[in-house]
Design a binder for this molecule. Structure first.
Ligand code: XMP
Length: 513
């Protein structure tokens, strides 16, 4: 590709992906690589700069991760962050020790003083807050380095060897708690590494299209389109690259939100591709009839999905490529080992075993979610697809608690639409990560007109989160909740009560099942 590359060497810190995103936000392309990657391999990427991330270890621990010493001889600028800074100091002859008695050990927001004659801090105010989290301390800095920032507790907050282009900071410039962090990263990229800012989505799109054409040639491509952001953008990119050779199979399981199936279909009408919408609502609902256990529902939906997809794929005969909307966080995380399974998430990941194809193409493999959205816009996908909130593979079946019927799904679809509509009208859509309605299995007594009702209770759920691993419930203004509640009980038959969920994750999960 034509663009410059920065390498982020991953030492296992919790903010490593964030560093990569911050670099790309500055329009500089970067890739995250394991710390053990040989210098030779990194050299092949022709990087303009290398960033060492933070990590949980202490550099003087014999088992601590080290970088290939050859890296220091590549003539490429290096920025070490936190552990990365200590590693830089340690590897180049400095002395790193545990902080003694509270001095030099720092956690949290720390007033920091910058030497703005250092290129890294050029143009910054002399004093600003940084986010620290380190228990180790650079007792002696290596030869050739000078101090470039300090705090009240610690004289060595940043070190610089400007001749070699080596810099280290004890704090985390990538987090929002460091207000000058973006400016510092920008200085590293533009002033020190000579970045040109050539990572733009338009460039990416054109290059990706060219590459897909080269790789796929005359081949036939099959893609399972779920209507989610990733598979939709992958489909649009492929449609642009090899349109007539592409078949998208969209399994409509009847568990989508209001009008969603039609919206997905409409979004792809402008491309000359083969779009197969498998209307399988009846098939899914009959298999789900009477099933109440959440994991059983998920399993049935996952299996049924594969069967329907397989049946459609068979009609095509042999395909050459199976396309998937895998994105960069999936790729980076894949080496991290499995966490405990709380819910068996269903998505289209398990398909390759069931379809006869030669190879997999993953055109979004190097993109973060926000970049995928930008690319989607660049490709002209409508905003309702591109800005779509996450939606579980099993769809509304896990938002109807207990047994799933068409009547309940229709009730939920209407109520969920009202909730989303009122959130949009109140201008709150951008402030929440995920918001939806759940049809509980609870019925209760109400009064409507002069009559008694005995109807369903709807729960509203809205959360704010950056990673979906933990989440806080959203503080939706009472007036908005009130409008939703009034509309739902008036407009949706058989719902007579609306509750708002004020539980965070943990201990609750985001979905109910
Ligand atoms: P939980 O409920 O586990 O949800 O807190 C975390 C995030 O994952 C989504 N989710 C799913 N996504 N298939 C998916 O593709 C699934 O089976 C599934 N279950 C939950 C959920 O909507 C939230 O964004």
């Amino acid at each position: 590709m034509s663009h410059q590359t920065v390498v982020i060497l991953d030492f296992g810190g919790q903010y490593n992906q964030l560093i990569a995103r911050r670099v790309r936000e500055q329009e500089v392309y970067c890739e995250v690589k394991p710390y053990s990657t040989p210098a030779e391999d990194l050299k092949a990427l022709n990087p303009i700069g290398i960033i060492f991330t933070g990590g949980p270890n202490s550099v003087y621990d014999p088992a601590a991760p080290q970088a290939d010493p050859e890296l220091f001889r590549l003539g490429v600028p290096i920025l070490g962050i936190c552990y990365g800074c200590q590693l830089l100091a340690h590897s180049l002859g400095g002395q790193v020790s545990p902080a003694q008695g509270g001095t030099a050990r720092e956690y949290g927001k720390t007033e920091t003083f910058f030497d703005s004659s250092c290129k890294l801090f050029q143009g910054l105010p002399a004093e600003s807050v940084t986010w620290m989290s380190h228990g180790d301390y650079m007792e002696r800095i290596p030869q050739g380095f000078r101090l470039a920032a300090h705090s009240a507790a610690c004289p060595n907050v940043a070190i610089a060897d400007e001749a070699r282009g080596f810099y280290g900071v004890q704090f985390h410039p990538e987090v929002n708690h460091t207000p000058q962090g973006a400016a510092i990263l920008r200085n590293f990229l533009y002033e020190i590494c000579g970045a040109k800012g050539d990572w733009t989505m338009e460039d990416y799109k054109n290059t990706a299209i060219r590459r897909l054409r080269e790789v796929i040639g005359e081949g036939k491509v099959l893609l399972a389109l779920s209507g989610g952001v990733d598979s939709s953008v992958a489909a649009a990119l492929l449609a642009e690259a090899v349109g007539p050779q592409l078949t998208c199979v969209f399994v409509d399981h009847g568990l989508m939100r209001l009008n969603e199936g039609d919206e997905v279909e409409a979004a792809f009408a402008k491309w000359d591709i083969r779009f197969v919408r498998a209307n399988a609502e009846e098939r899914f609902l009959s298999r789900l009839a009477g099933v109440t256990e959440p994991e059983a529902k998920r399993k049935i939906i996952g299996e049924e999905f594969i069967r329907v997809f397989e049946a459609e794929a068979k009609k095509l005969g042999k395909v050459d490529y199976l396309a998937q909307g895998t994105i960069y966080p999936d790729v980076i995380e894949s080496g991290a080992g499995d966490a405990a399974v709380i819910k068996s998430h269903h998505n289209v990941g398990g398909l390759p075993d069931y379809v006869d194809f030669k190879e997999i193409v993953e055109p979004l493999r190097l993109l973060f979610k926000d970049e995928v959205r930008t690319l989607g816009r660049e490709l002209g996908l409508p905003e309702y697809l591109v800005a779509r909130q996450p939606f579980p593979g099993p769809g509304l079946a896990i938002r109807v608690i207990g047994d799933v019927t068409k009547e309940k799904l229709d009730m939920l679809r209407q109520a969920d639409f009202i909730f989303r509509d009122e959130i949009a009208k109140a201008g709150l859509s951008g402030t929440m990560s995920q918001y939806f309605a759940v049809l509980t299995n609870m019925r209760s007594v109400g009064v409507m007109g002069d009559g008694r009702t005995y109807d369903y209770t709807l729960a509203l759920r809205s959360v704010t989160t950056s990673d979906f691993m933990t989440a806080d419930w959203s503080r939706i203004p009472y007036e908005v909740l009130d409008r939703v509640s009034v509309r739902v009980v008036n407009e949706v038959p058989h719902i007579n009560r609306v509750l708002y969920d004020i539980t965070s994750k943990p201990p609750a999960t985001i979905e109910y099942e």
